[in-house]
Write a new protein. Structure first.
Length: 426
């Protein structure tokens, strides 16, 4: 190390590799290859310490000799006052980092966290429609109250402001909204954007502020046709033309949900084995579901084959195509059909109830088979754990019996004769 004798600008530019002192603890460090740095050396707590003051040359960010001397003089005065410049720099850096993190947290509004939550759970959504509904309810009922509010500051008052206006008027929707708020806030806590209890949790919190859903919710069933009238209705339906009529006929014969039927593609249909396999992503329970196709259901499909595009080699076209290319038939087609039939009080979904009532009241098929035909999830978790098959053979016999029952109108005032299992080969 050279003896400290003061540096010049020329020395700073031309000095060879080594360490050069300037006084007051300021040193120029020149490395092999020409890199130049300013160092400040000092004693603190009985130890020699070195602190970098920046580059001494090479680019626009370099610290000049004059500027380096000013820095060194300020730091020397701090040392004489009992300070430790390096420790202070580290403390300042931590404080700056904490301030930046706090600023980032404050910038995370409930709206921003909701967007992050939806993106993080993208692969877990049952379908795009479910994701859209999830986001839409928050946009409608929650964002006006706390969308632009820092998620870390969301409190019970904000949650109640969103829930109270709809809790009695729309109990089903309100219950879902509460659960979605809770999920977003839990996600924010897991990401470190908020701390403390979740103000949207039900048990022990919101439950104390609002009446239970059971006390305010009125169970509203889909309007259903009495099962005794199924034959007469289907006879009328088969006399009507149009894709909506065929879609509704297929809904009735398969007891499937309207969304499952409207989304059906030809690749899901096996006309030879008479099976329609609905993929898991389109099923409410998230599991693949096989539907046995009766002769009547196959007849509906054969009538639709001319609508299948000639170039659809992979079977990706819709069985019930809509007016717009690459889109399925709209559910409104069946709704408008029911209105034209002067049965506007009914819904397509309600025919599942018609089928279920018929199976319970007019046949000897067991409950499990009827529930499996509707693709209902078993509520008994123990029973569900031991259930391995899908009762397909039993369901085929049940659906054949249903098609036979629907094939002709039931005389007015007549009593239905229960279908015995033996009669259908069970």
């Amino acid at each position: 190390m050279r003896k400290a004798a003061g540096l010049t600008a020329a020395t700073v530019r031309s000095a060879k590799p080594g360490r050069y002192g300037d006084g007051n603890g300021l040193y120029l460090l020149v490395r092999e290859g020409g890199a130049r740095w300013w160092l400040f050396r000092y004693h603190a707590n009985g130890k020699m310490r070195e602190m970098g003051l920046g580059k001494a040359g090479g680019d626009r960010e370099a610290v000049t000799l004059a500027a380096a001397r000013v820095k060194a003089r300020v730091l020397r005065e701090a040392v004489r006052a009992g300070g430790d410049p390096l420790a202070q720099r580290e403390a300042d850096a931590k404080a700056a980092s904490a301030a930046a993190q706090q600023a980032a947290v404050l910038a995370m509004t409930f709206r921003a966290v909701t967007t992050a939550y939806l993106a993080a759970h993208e692969s877990g959504w049952r379908n795009a429609k479910h994701r859209a509904q999830w986001a839409a309810t928050l946009d409608t009922y929650v964002m006006p109250h706390m969308g632009d509010f820092p998620v870390g500051d969301v409190e019970t008052g904000h949650v109640m402001a969103a829930l109270e206006p709809i809790w009695t008027a729309k109990p089903e929707t309100a219950s879902r909204v509460r659960g979605r708020i809770e999920a977003v806030l839990d996600y924010a806590t897991a990401r470190g954007w908020r701390t403390g209890e979740n103000p949207a949790r039900w048990r022990g919190h919101v439950a104390n502020l609002l009446p239970s859903r059971a006390k305010v919710a009125r169970v509203e069933h889909h309007a259903a046709l009495p099962w005794q009238d199924a034959g007469a209705f289907l006879t009328d339906l088969r006399g009507r033309e149009g894709l909506g009529a065929r879609a509704l006929e297929f809904v009735i014969l398969t007891a499937a949900r309207t969304g499952e039927v409207l989304g059906a593609q030809w690749q899901e249909i096996d006309m030879v084995e008479a099976v329609w396999t609905v993929p898991a992503e389109r099923m409410k329970a998230g599991r693949e579901h096989r539907v046995p196709l009766t002769d009547a259901a196959l007849a509906v499909l054969r009538g639709l084959l001319p609508l299948r595009p000639a170039d659809d080699t992979k079977g990706e076209s819709y069985v019930f195509p809509g007016a717009r290319k690459s889109r399925p038939l709209s559910g409104m087609a069946m709704l408008m059909l029911l209105r034209r039939m002067e049965r506007g009080e009914l819904t397509a979904h309600g025919f599942r109830s018609t089928f279920r009532d018929w199976a319970s009241e007019s046949t000897a098929f067991d409950r499990e088979t009827a529930e499996a035909a509707l693709a209902h999830t078993l509520r008994d978790k123990v029973e569900a754990a031991y259930r391995r098959g899908d009762l397909f053979d039993k369901r085929r016999k049940l659906m054949d019996a249903w098609a036979t029952f629907c094939a002709k109108p039931m005389p007015k005032g007549s009593a239905a004769t229960p279908i015995r299992l033996k009669a259908v080969g069970a």
